[in-house]
Design a protein around this ligand. Structure first.
Ligand code: SF4
Length: 183
């Protein structure tokens, strides 16, 4: 079976996943979307209300900002794979629990293994901490890290950039650093 077919199959499994209690309150699981051979993968925190409603990642205001930041560095949404640490929405968008992250994590690991992105962009504290342990985004953003031969880039979550203009400016600078690595 090709990697693309395996990814489709994995996403079907995620859509019906009942491994943690979040399946009881979600409307739709949100596996992620994008080319199965994308060279850049973006990983956010968890689906929000609009993502839960549509089953698609980053379709709300955060998604709009992400797309405009991508366009500034000449990347289209269709060029990248977008997903999140959790694939089901936590009630009222509360912060994901450690146990939920641990149960859901193999899905992300399988996506990474199948897509084999050149770089994984971690959006915000939950994504960064889930993979690298507790770290302040303010101290780690704008940097590349390598772990188990996989390259990662750390930046803020677009939701934080929507709330704080200074973070939006920092995120824009981070995306410029990212773009220099992609040429
Ligand atoms: S958050 Fe992950 S582990 Fe929990 S139900 Fe959704 S897909 Fe399954």
């Amino acid at each position: 079976m090709t990697n693309c077919k395996q990814l489709e199959k994995l996403h079907e499994t995620i859509r019906y996943c009942t491994l943690c209690p979040l399946h009881e309150t979600r409307t739709n699981a949100v596996p992620g979307e994008g080319p199965c051979n994308a060279s850049v993968m973006f990983v956010g925190e968890a689906p929000g209300a609009e993502e839960d409603e549509t089953g698609r990642p980053f379709v709300g205001r955060s998604g709009e900002l992400l797309v405009s930041l991508l366009e500034e560095i000449e990347l289209a949404r269709d060029d990248i794979f977008i997903t999140s640490i959790l694939k089901s929405r936590p009630p009222k968008n509360r912060t994901p629990k450690k146990v939920e992250i641990n149960v859901c994590r193999p899905y992300l690991e399988q996506q990474i293994e199948l897509i084999k992105p050149r770089v994984i962009v971690l959006l915000g504290g939950v994504a960064i901490s889930s993979l690298f342990g507790p770290r302040k985004v303010s101290e780690s953003h704008g940097r590349f890290v390598e772990s188990d031969s996989q390259r990662y880039f750390m930046t803020y979550h677009p939701a934080a950039a929507l709330r704080f203009p200074k973070i939006k400016i920092a995120m824009r600078e981070d995306f410029k650093i990212l773009s220099q690595d992609l040429v």
